[in-house]
Each structure stands twice: as C-alpha cells, then as structure tokens.
Unconditional design. Structure first.
Length: 413
C-alpha cells in the first residue's frame, strides 16, 4: 500500500513538472476571519477546545498566571474557561484557582503541549490535566455538568516529579481508562496508570528514560500493532518509543529534529500528512522558522525531514486539520515573533510548497497554498474545532504578549 502511494505521488509530481511545476488539482481554497478577541490575562500560554458543559458547543480553556496578591503575599495561578455561545461568541472567562505560591517564588510560565482534555474518571465530563513546571508536577482538574473545573487536592497529586514539560492523555494499557503521560526536563517519560480512583498519587507509574531535556510529545499507534506509541522531542532531537500495552516503552529510533545545531522543536504532532495510512511527524522549529515533516513508514520509523518555511518568525506550535475539506490534512502554525498564524494547504501529494492554477487554460495563477492571518501579540499556542457548527474547522490562538485569545472562524467559500 505504501509503495503504491509513493508511486502515485511520484507520477503526479512528474506530471506537475511537465506542466511547468504547477499542477491543477482543483484544491478548494479557504480563508479565516477573526471573530472575537478574548482578554484572559498575563501569562496566558496554553489553550484547548472542548465541550465542557455538553451543549454541543466547544469551550475555550487556557492556562494563565493572573494575580499577585500583595496583601496575603501570594501569587495565584489559574485556569480560565470561556463557554461557547449560540452566536459564535464565547462568554467572559471564569477563573479557577488551582495553586498558590509565595510572592517571592519564581513562577515558570509553561509553553507548548501542557494542556490535555479527557474524561479521566469516566463520568462523561471532560477533565483537564495541566503541566505546570512551578512545583515540578502536573495538575488535574475534574469537570462537572456546569462546565466548571474542580482542582484536585494537592495531596492527591503524584510526588517527586520535577520540571514537567508536556502532557498527553491516552489509554496506554488498553483497559478503557485514560492514563496520563508526561515528560520532564530531566529526560524521562512517565505514564500514570489510571486505577479508576481520583487519588492520582495512588496510580502506579511507569518510567522510561530517554535522555535530553524533553520538550514536547505526541501519541499514536505508529507500527499498527494495536499498542499506543509516542514520539518525544528534546534539544535538536526526537525519539520514537514503541509501547507494550503496560505503559512502558522501547526506544525504536532517534531522529535529528533540526536543520542545524541549536535548531530544536518546540512542538511536535503526529498526523497522516500524505494519506498513506501511516502517521507522519511534524515539528515546529522556532530557531530556523521552519516546520519539519518526517514521513512515517508504518513500522515505527521515519524518513529524513523536509523543511517547510512558515512564512513568519519563531513558530511555536503546529496543528494538523483538514481546513478546506478536500480530504487531506493541512498544517497551521503560530509565528510568535510575527504575531501571525500561517495555514499551509496540502497539495494532495503530501506536500505544501506549490501553487495552483485556478484556470489552467487561461494560465491564471491561483492563490498560494499558504495564507497568513494576523492575531494578537506573541501567539504561542493554538487549537482547532468547529466553533460555529458549520462543519468547517475553526481555530483559537493564545497570545502570550497581550494575554488574549484570537478566535478565527473558517469562512471557506
């Protein structure tokens, strides 16, 4: 199957060359419009979209550092929830305190894949896991019918963790319960095995040491054996880990995940970019202003990367989604130093670099298959979902510089 897919891509690429490097694929266009800018607060760096209150509308959840309480000598750490509304307008955010530290303590503001949503306790409501390096651990907040979140007691959190950098929720033991995976800056991957209770400190834990300062992670069944695998990234590198259905992993491959020394992925995603049925790896590399795309072989390994310029500076996050509904996954990336998001449309060959003809007979050149959207100051995270229920994927972008969220509606023609 993979060989046939590659043969098809090569044939289409050859036809494209005969046509002067531009192939008329009839790729649908797409455009985005900023419909709302939500002011959240200072330190807002992470975002997720999910239906917290079961009204079939996505809600916005962000992690934020808001208040310094001078009177009590504390810094208060919050998550913010903005519920989705019927007119495509999100409500004013409600703030939920989950932790306090002394006013003189240093607070490390988290970036990257530090928010994860899922029903951990199987009560049909989404729960939240937040990797917060202040305190060295992750935090869990339980969801309820009102769309609010209840922080777990600190005594019920795992002890002894250090510098947690990223989290993911998935069923790593195939028992029907979501487990918690996290990475830390000391090179370890931990899986906390869900035992059906809310006492997370009593969940058993599996540790896999990878090495390096781990920054991001992504989860998929890479070798199609029914067991979830993972890719984790560190400075200039990524590591492929094959799972065994117990929460433990074996190292399968180490990848150079930068174009040069010091070029490191800030964010990684696993998605089938070339439609061959196998997960591919995409990294956002802020130092080189590139996305790197590694094609997966379906056996748990990846080819050498192809670099894709983002059209902006300092890409900090990337997500995959079929934004123009042509059956191929596109890529959207935040350019934090340019205050933009770039959407790269898939060319139907698993690539992103060409342009299309609107009318080949008239030789009129169509839109470039990448578009840039202005957002707030210092965008560092994004999420996608159908905000206005028109079956098109929209986006929400978190802007650290001005503490806002930009809601981008997909106005596909």
């Amino acid at each position: 199957m993979r060989r046939d897919a590659r043969a098809l891509r090569l044939a289409l690429a050859f036809i494209s060359t005969l046509l002067g490097g531009v192939i008329a694929l009839g790729i649908p266009s797409v455009r985005f419009q900023q419909s709302q800018a939500l002011l959240i607060g200072l330190g807002t760096t992470a975002i997720a979209l999910g239906d917290l209150n079961h009204d079939e509308l996505p809600d916005i959840i962000t992690a934020t550092l808001l208040v310094t309480d001078e009177e009590k000598g504390l810094k208060r750490l919050y998550v913010a929830v903005a519920l989705g509304g019927p007119q495509r307008i999100f409500s004013s955010p409600q703030f939920i305190e989950f932790h306090t530290v002394k006013i003189d303590d240093t607070v490390k503001v988290p970036r990257g894949k530090v928010l994860a949503l899922g029903d951990l306790n199987r009560d049909r409501f989404l729960d939240l896991v937040l990797a917060y390096p202040t305190g060295g651990s992750f935090w869990v907040l339980w969801g309820d019918a009102q769309g609010s979140l209840r922080p777990v007691s600190g005594r019920d959190l795992p002890r002894g963790l250090r510098d947690v950098s990223a989290v993911a929720l998935a069923d790593f033991t195939n028992d029907g319960r979501l487990d918690i995976m996290c990475t830390n800056l000391q090179g370890s991957v931990y899986v906390f095995i869900n035992n059906g209770t809310e006492r997370i400190d009593r969940w058993s834990v599996r540790e896999t040491f990878v090495g390096g300062s781990l920054q991001s992670l992504a989860v998929s069944d890479l070798n199609r054996d029914g067991k979830l695998d993972a890719v984790v990234s560190s400075i200039g590198r990524a590591a492929v880990l094959l799972g065994d259905n117990t929460g433990s992993f074996a190292l399968e491959q180490r990848l150079a995940a930068g174009l040069y020394s010091g070029d490191s992925p800030a964010w990684i995603e696993l998605a089938d970019i070339n439609n061959d049925g196998f997960a591919d790896l995409v990294t956002a590399n802020p130092e080189s202003d590139r996305l790197l795309i590694f094609v997966g072989d379906g056996q748990g390994k990846f080819d050498d990367p192809q670099g894709l310029p983002t059209g902006g500076l300092d890409p900090r996050a990337v997500i995959a989604g079929d934004f123009n509904r042509d059956g191929w996954l596109d890529l959207a990336a935040t350019n934090s130093s340019s205050n933009t998001v770039t959407v790269h449309l898939n060319d139907g060959l698993g690539g992103f670099g060409s342009k299309i003809w609107v009318d080949p007979s008239a030789r009129h050149r169509g839109e470039p298959k990448a578009m840039t959207i202005a957002v707030g100051s210092l965008p560092v995270g994004l999420a996608s979902g159908d905000v206005d229920r028109d079956s098109d994927l929209d986006m929400a972008v978190v802007n650290q510089g001005d503490g806002s969220v930009s809601v981008l509606l997909n106005e596909r023609p």
